[in-house]
Design a protein around this ligand. Sequence first.
Ligand code: NAD
Length: 493
Amino acid sequence: MQLLNYIAGQWVPSRSGRTFRNLNPADTRDCVGEFPLSSAEDVALAVEAAAEAYRSWRLVPAPQRGEIVRRAGQLLRERKEELARAMVREMGKPLVEARGDVQEAIDTADYAASEGRRLFGYTTPSELPNKVNLSFRMPVGVCGIITAWNFPIAVPSWKIFPALVAGNTIVWKPSEDAPLCANLLAEILQEAGLPPGVFNVVHGDAEAGEALVRHPGVRLIAFTGSTAVGRRIATLCGELNKKCSLEMGGKNPLIVLPDADLDLALQGVLWGAFGTSGQRCTATSRLLLHRDIAEHFLERLCAATQQLRVGNGLDEGVNVGPIINARQLERIEHYVELGRRQGARLLVGGHRLTEGEYVHGYFFAPTIFADVTPEMTIFREEIFGPVLSVTLVDSLEHAIALANDSDYGLSSSIYTRDIVAAFRAIRDLEAGITYVNAPTIGAEAHMPFGGVKATGNGHREGGWTVFDIFTEWKTVYIDYSGRLQRAQIDIEQ
Ligand code: NAD
């Protein structure tokens, strides 16, 4: 199936005619489609279209822009099953998770649409008589959006819907590993009534992404992906003086204290570590387990992990889908090898699955390492696969110190019934998100989402905070005194 870019309301191939193929990771005999491998020329056409559309889109009242986003949410609802199945086919997560991905976008549409009737500014007293001070949220302009593949609808919607409501126009470079969902979302926005050029999709790899970052007509880059690529984008945006928001990697700790509901904690670890095959920025990748409960807890955890059903996400009862591509599968293998060599103790998994139903896909057995120390690579680096590291701790303070011994700071979790321990963890964990008695995954659309340290650059998507990314403040002074008032100077007199 030949798929196209979406530029100025038209479906078009890349100017060069180059394409790339996207394969189903559960069965690589299934080619999902052939997509344009775009270059700077395609990006320029899309930015031109977005710049032209911006002239009128910015003047559409925000509640009306919100209504279009609301309709997009309604269309997502109607096409939820179709989108979820397309998502499983192109990136592998189990169907129930894919439905959740679409639901997150529906919720985001509803929230963003309603914000069209708020977008509050401030009115304040002036320091001078007969003068009024106001401030408004203004759109930024043409926004470049670059996304990862692991949440093909949800994560782009976190950026796209609020950006549109705020009056921006968009050029989106989706991941080359999840391009089909991008086209389905473009279809939905088109049907919802978005004028041509307001939203554009340019497929491709790093070449197209970097061209988007560099294009002088793009005022803002909103990026979700790895910390390495995010750093590169931040450097370029710094040189080019562009606004940029970055959502990057994680190495998320989950603490279990002896007083916790251990059955609940066990379920939380399983879901946090192996949901989406561990391919979530918020995946639980470090279990910090209190020594007093370790032996029995690990025994049960290993038994439960071996019960997880790995397979094609479309098959009934599958808990863990495939790994996204061959390169990532090799990366996971490399980390497992490093874990072994550096002295961690492999408890379960640790290998590819290649026989029978797995023969045509990229599958890796859910893996747990014990005796992991902070010096080991698997404690420190993001693996982005179904690999859990276990480190024993002696106290809450020890657990928090180890949790914070990381370059990253996205999500974190603690299981305890002790309210004092819970509040200490909330206060002391260096992370954008802390869960109490819930795993590290499970963001809700109306709450801020993002991380500290190497995970982000100070922005938060989700809820109301995303509008700080996609708007600029305009400050307005209205002087009705009929004379020249010289602010600070006239106050002194
Ligand atoms: P990636 O960084 O390899 O790619 C992300 C996007 O950037 C893709 O669209 C890619 O084509 C593009 N890109 C690559 N090089 C580029 C360049 N030089 N200039 C511009 N664009 C470029 O990440 P991935 O493998 O797609 O996704 C996995 C990563 O995403 C993990 O690190 C994960 O933690 C992170 N992630 C973070 C969040 C979050 O909200 N914090 C959410 C999901 C995923």
